[in-house]
Design a protein around this ligand. Structure first.
Ligand SMILES: Nc1nc2c(c(=O)[nH]1)N[C@H]1C(S)=C(S)[C@@H](COP(=O)(O)OP(=O)(O)OC[C@H]3O[C@@H](n4cnc5c(=O)[nH]c(N)nc54)[C@H](O)[C@@H]3O)O[C@H]1N2
Ligand SMILES: Nc1nc2c(c(=O)[nH]1)N[C@H]1C(S)=C(S)[C@@H](COP(=O)(O)OP(=O)(O)OC[C@H]3O[C@@H](n4cnc5c(=O)[nH]c(N)nc54)[C@H](O)[C@@H]3O)O[C@H]1N2
Ligand SMILES: [Mo]
Length: 797
C-alpha cells in the first residue's frame, strides 16, 4: 500500500464517518448546517483525527504543550498573543493541527523523488503533495530526467553563490519570505540580501496586512496594532471587521468570549455568518465542556457586502455626528484638540456623503449603521480588530484609515481597553517586518545597517510580491529564493504566475514540506529542507539547543524552543542555511566591490543565536538588552508610540483621513451586469487549511464535508441565475489576453451571504485573481473582490 492509500484510509478515531482526505475530487460534498458552537468537543475530536492521520507522536505533542519550561514553544499557527507565562501554546484546535502537520511521522525521501517525475507530481493536488510528509535532504532538479536528485549541502550553497555572483545586477534576484521565519533567520536574511545589493523582498505580508501597515503608518505614525492582550479585558465594545477567528485565530475566541461574558459588546461585520463569531465553547472550560454550554460572541452581527466596510464605518460616523447635534454623543474633544488633525475635512466628507450612497456601497441599512453608532456612543473603551476582509481590497488603505478615524473620534487610542488591532496572519509576519524584511527599505534602517557594518547598502526600493511576478514575466529577474512559504500557489493569477515562475533560471525553496512551488520550475531548482519550529535546533561545537524569537500581533517578543528531534539528521536550521548561502555568495561578490567578505562572521553568529540577537539589538530600535529580556516569561513588549499618544507622523499628530469613498466598489460595478451572471467572489480559508497547506477536505463550521470545490452563493442569486443548490459550475473570471480566466468545477451551496457576493476557498480560486487587481499603495492582490461569472460545468452533469 502506498503512503497515499494509507492516508486516504486513515481511520477516524472519533467514529465520525468523514475521511480527512477525499481523493475523489468530483465527489459531491455533504452539506448540512453545523449545529454546535465553535470549539467544544468538535474541536477536540478533530485534533484527535489529525494527530492520528499524521501519526504524530503524542510524546512530542505533549512535550510541546508542557508548561514550566524555561522557554515556551510558540505555536506556528497564528500571531494572536498569549497571556500564559510559560507556554504560548494554550489548547487550540488549529494550532494542534499545525503542530501535528509538522511533527508528522511521514517522510519524503530521495526514493520518493526517484519514483515520481516532476511532471507527474504536477498533477497532484496541494493536499496530496504536503501529505507525503517532511522533506529530508537537499535535492536538485535535474531537467534532463525531470526529477529531483540528491545534492550535498555544500554543493547546493556553491551553486547558489555562483548563480547569484554571475548576475550582472543584484536586482535580478528575488528573495521571498513567508511569515514563519524567526526574527533571527529574518535578520540574517535581510542583512545578506542587502550586502548582496538589493531590496527585492517580496513577502507574504504584501498579500496580507500590507494595508494595515501603510494605513496606520499614515494615520498614527506606527504600522502596528496599538493594543495589548490585557486591553481586551477592559474594552466595553469590540468591533470585529472582516475576519474569521473561529478558524484562523481560535485563541482570540477565548478573549472575545471572556469579554462578552462580562458584558462587553462584540459588534461583528462580516458578509458570512461565521460560527466562531456567533457561539463558542472553550475547550479549556471544563464546565462548558461538561454541560454542553457555550458563550454567545457577537451581540450584533452585520452582514455588509464585500468591500463595503469603509462605507459602513462612514455611516456609523455620520450617525454619530447626527447624535452629537442632538446631544447624544460627544467626541473626545480634548484628545482631538491635543493629538489629532484633520477632523473637519473628514467630517465634511462624511456629512456630504448621502445615506443612499452609504447604503448602496455597504449593503447595510441606515438603521443598522445607526444601531452600531448607538453601541459606539455608549462605550467608554473601544477596540477595533480586522484582518483579510478589510486588507485584501483595492481601497484597503482607505478602509483601514476610516476605521482609525472612527477610533480617533472618541479618543479610543492610547488608553487602556481601546485602540486598533490588525490581527496578523503568520506567527511571525510582524517580526519579520520589524527585522527589516521590507522592499521599501526605510532610510533609518539602511542608515543603521551602514553604521553597523560599514558597507554601503542599497536604497532603491525593491520588488514586492506582485512586482516580482511582473519582473519575472518581463525577464527582469532570473534567480528566485524563498525562505519558506509556497509563493507559486499563494500568489494570484495562477496560470500566469506559473509561466512567470518557469522563467526563473534558478529557483531555491527553503521548506519543510513538498508543495507546488517546488514543481513549477525552469532550468535549475533546489529544495533545501529545514527544521520546523517544533524541533530542537542544536548549534555550535557543543551542539547547544538554541532559542529563536518571534513577535505577535500585540508586539510581544518572546522566545521559542523546539522540543522534538528533527525529522531527519540532514535538516539544517533556517539561520544556518541563510548564513551558508550568504557566505557562499558574498565571498564571490564583495571582493569585486573592494569589500572584505568577512565583514560579517556568519559562522560565529549561527553558532550561538544570542550573537544574532546582539546584532539585532545594535541595529533595530526597541531591542535593548534583547538577550536578557528574551529570557523573561512572556518576553517583552516592543513599545508603540501611538499607544502612548505619541504620533510620529510628519505633523506630530494623528491624522484623520479624508479620503473619498470609492465611487463604486466591485459589487456595485457588477450589479449592473448581474443578469449576465457576474458576482463578487471572495477567496477565503476553510477550517481545514493553513494557507496553501490543506489539512483536509472538511469545513466543519460551514457544514461542508468531503470537498473543497464549493461556491457559497445567496439562494436568491442562484434562483435568478437559473441554478440550484448542488449544481456544478465553472467559475469564469476576467479576460487575460483575450481568454477568460477560469477555475473549473465548483459545487454550488446556497448560503447566508448578501446578494451579489459569493465565496470559495483559496488557493483553488487564485487563477481568477488578476495580477493587475492590486490595492492602491499596497500592491496587495484584491483576493476579496474578484469578478466571476458562473457557467454550468461541462465536467459534471
Ligand atoms: N487555521 C488557520 N489559521 C490561520 C491561517 C490559515 O489559513 N488557517 N492563515 C493565517 C494568515 S496568513 C492570515 S492572514 C489570517 C487570515 O485570517 P482571516 O482574515 O480570518 O482569513 P480569511 O479566511 O481570508 O477570512 C476572511 C474573513 O473576512 C470576511 N470578509 C471577506 N470579505 C469581506 C469584506 O469585504 N468585509 C468584511 N467585513 N468581511 C469580509 C470573510 O467572510 C471571512 O470571514 O489567518 C492566519 N491563521
Ligand atoms: N486568493 C487568495 N490568495 C491569498 C490569500 C487569500 O486570502 N486569498 N491570502 C494571502 C495571505 S494572507 C498569505 S499570508 C499568503 C501565504 O503565503 P505563504 O506564506 O507563501 O504560504 P503558506 O501556505 O503559508 O506556505 C506553506 C509552505 O511553507 C513551508 N513551511 C512551513 N513551515 C515552515 C518553516 O517553519 N520553515 C520553512 N522554511 N518553511 C516552512 C512548507 O513547505 C509549506 O508548504 O497567501 C496569500 N494568498
Ligand atoms: Mo496572511
Amino acid at each position: 500500500m502506498s503512503l497515499r492509500d494509507s492516508a486516504a484510509n486513515a481511520t477516524d478515531a472519533s467514529g465520525v464517518d468523514v475521511p480527512i482526505a477525499d481523493p475523489d475530487r468530483t465527489r459531491a460534498p455533504s452539506v448540512a448546517s453545523y449545529p454546535g458552537p465553535a470549539g467544544g468537543w468538535g474541536a477536540l475530536n478533530s485534533v484527535r483525527r489529525h494527530v492520528a492521520h499524521n501519526r504524530a507522536p503524542l510524546k512530542g505533542m505533549r512535550s510541546l504543550l508542557a508548561t514550566n519550561q524555561p522557554h515556551g514553544f510558540d505555536c506556528p499557527g497564528c500571531a494572536w498573543g498569549d497571556a500564559n507565562a510559560e507556554s504560548s501554546f494554550a489548547f487550540c484546535e488549529n494550532g494542534a493541527k499545525a503542530v501535528a502537520w509538522e511533527t508528522t511521522a511521514k517522510r519524503v525521501t530521495r526514493d520518493f523523488f526517484a519514483r515520481h517525475t516532476v511532471s507527474e507530481l504536477l498533477a497532484w493536488d496541494d493536499y496530496r503533495l504536503e501529505d507525503q510528509g517532511r522533506l529530508t535532504e537537499p535535492m536538485r532538479y535535474d531537467a534532463a530526467q525531470d526529477r529531483y536528485v540528491p545534492i550535498g549541502w555544500d554543493e547546493a550553497y556553491t551553486m547558489i553563490g555562483e548563480r547569484l555572483a554571475a548576475l550582472d545586477d543584484p536586482n535580478r534576484a528575488l528573495f521571498y519570505t513567508s511569515g514563519r521565519a524567526s526574527n533571527e533567520a529574518a535578520y540574517l536574511y535581510q542583512l545578506f540580501v542587502r550586502l548582496y545589493g538589493t531590496n527585492n523582498f517580496p513577502d507574504c505580508s504584501n498579500m496580507c496586512h500590507e494595508a494595515s501597515g501603510v494605513g496606520m503608518q499614515a494615520s498614527l505614525g506606527v504600522g502596528k496594532g496599538t493594543v495589548r492582550l490585557e486591553d481586551f479585558e477592559q474594552a466595553d465594545a469590540i468591533f470585529v471587521f472582516g475576519q474569521n477567528p473561529g478558524t484562523n485565530h481560535p485563541r482570540m475566541l477565548g478573549d472575545l468570549a471572556r469579554a462578552a461574558k462580562r458584558g462587553a459588546a462584540i459588534v461583528t461585520f462580516n458578509p458570512l455568518k461565521e460560527r466562531g463569531l456567533e457561539r463558542f465553547a472553550d475547550p479549556q472550560d471544563k464546565r462548558e465542556m461538561l454541560t454542553g454550554g457555550s458563550q454567545t460572541i457577537s451581540s450584533r452581527y452585520f452582514q455588509p457586502k464585500m468591500g463595503g466596510d469603509m462605507a459602513a464605518v462612514r455611516g456609523i460616523a455620520k450617525a454619530l455626528f447626527a447624535m452629537e447635534a442632538s446631544g447624544r454623543f460627544t467626541p473626545d474633544r480634548e484628545f482631538i484638540e491635543s493629538y489629532t488633525q484633520g477632523l473637519d475635512a473628514w467630517r465634511a466628507n462624511v456629512e456630504a456623503t448621502s445615506w443612499a450612497a452609504l447604503e448602496a456601497q455597504s449593503g447595510l441599512s441606515r438603521v443598522e449603521m445607526e444601531a452600531a453608532a448607538e453601541i459606539y456612543a455608549g462605550a467608554e473603551r473601544i477596540i477595533a480588530t480586522w484582518a483579510m476582509g478589510i486588507t485584501q481590497h483595492l481601497h484597503a488603505v482607505d478602509s483601514v484609515r476610516e476605521i482609525v478615524n472612527l477610533l480617533l473620534l472618541g479618543g479610543h487610542m492610547g488608553r487602556p481597553g481601546a485602540g486598533a488591532c490588525p490581527v496578523r496572519g503568520h506567527s511571525n509576519v510582524q517580526g519579520d517586518r520589524t527585522m527589516g524584511i521590507d522592499e521599501k527599505a526605510p532610510a533609518w534602517l539602511i542608515d543603521a545597517l551602514e553604521a553597523r557594518y560599514g558597507v554601503p547598502m542599497p536604497r532603491r526600493p525593491g520588488h514586492n510580491t506582485v512586482n516580482a511576478l511582473h519582473a519575472l514575466e518581463a525577464d527582469q529577474a532570473e534567480v528566485f529564493i524563498a525562505l519558506g512559504g509556497n509563493f507559486t500557489r499563494a500568489t494570484p493569477d495562477s496560470m500566469r504566475t506559473e509561466s512567470a515562475m518557469r522563467r526563473a533560471r534558478l529557483n531555491v525553496q527553503i521548506s519543510t514540506k513538498l508543495n507546488r512551488s517546488h514543481l513549477v520550475v525552469g532550468e535549475e531548482a533546489l529544495i533545501l529542507p529545514c527544521l520546523g519550529r517544533s524541533e530542537i535546533d542544536r548549534q555550535g561545537p557543543q551542539k547547544l539547543p538554541q532559542v529563536i524569537s518571534v513577535e505577535d500581533s500585540m508586539s510581544m517578543v518572546h522566545g521559542s524552543a523546539g522540543r522534538v528531534e528533527p525529522a531527519s539528521k540532514h535538516l539544517r536550521s533556517e539561520p544556518a542555511i541563510v548564513a551558508e548561502i550568504a557566505e557562499a555568495t558574498l565571498a564571490r561578490v564583495l571582493p569585486n566591490r573592494g569589500i572584505d567578505p568577512k565583514v560579517v562572521d556568519w559562522q560565529a553568529l549561527v553558532a550561538d543565536y544570542d550573537r544574532i540577537r546582539d546584532e539585532i539589538e545594535a541595529v533595530i530600535p526597541g531591542f535593548a538588552n534583547f538577550n536578557a529580556r528574551l529570557h523573561r516569561p512572556r518576553g517583552f513588549w516592543l513599545t508603540n508610540a501611538a499607544s502612548e499618544r505619541r504620533f510620529v507622523t510628519p505633523t506630530g499628530k494623528a491624522e484623520f483621513s479624508a479620503a473619498p469613498l470609492p465611487e463604486a466598489v466591485l459589487h456595485q460595478q457588477l450589479d449592473v451586469r448581474r443578469n449576465d451572471g457576474w458576482l463578487t467572489l471572495q477567496s477565503l480559508r476553510s477550517h481545514d487549511q493553513y494557507n496553501t497547506t490543506i489539512y483536509g477536505y472538511n469545513d466543519r463550521y460551514r457544514g461542508v464535508k468531503g470537498q473543497r470545490r464549493v461556491l457559497f452563493v445567496n439562494p436568491l442569486d442562484l434562483a435568478r441565475l437559473g441554478f440550484a443548490d448542488g449544481d456544478w459550475v465553472d467559475l469564469v473570471g476576467l479576460d487575460y489576453q483575450g481568454e477568460p480566466r477560469r477555475a473549473p468545477a465548483f459545487r454550488l451551496v446556497a448560503y447566508d451571504t448578501p446578494q451579489g457576493c459569493c465565496a470559495a476557498y483559496y488557493p483553488e480560486t487564485n487563477a481568477l485573481v488578476p495580477l493587475e487587481s492590486a490595492g492602491a499603495n499596497t500592491g496587495t492582490p484584491a483576493s476579496k473582490a474578484v469578478a466571476v461569472r458562473l457557467q454550468r460545468s461541462a465536467r459534471i452533469v
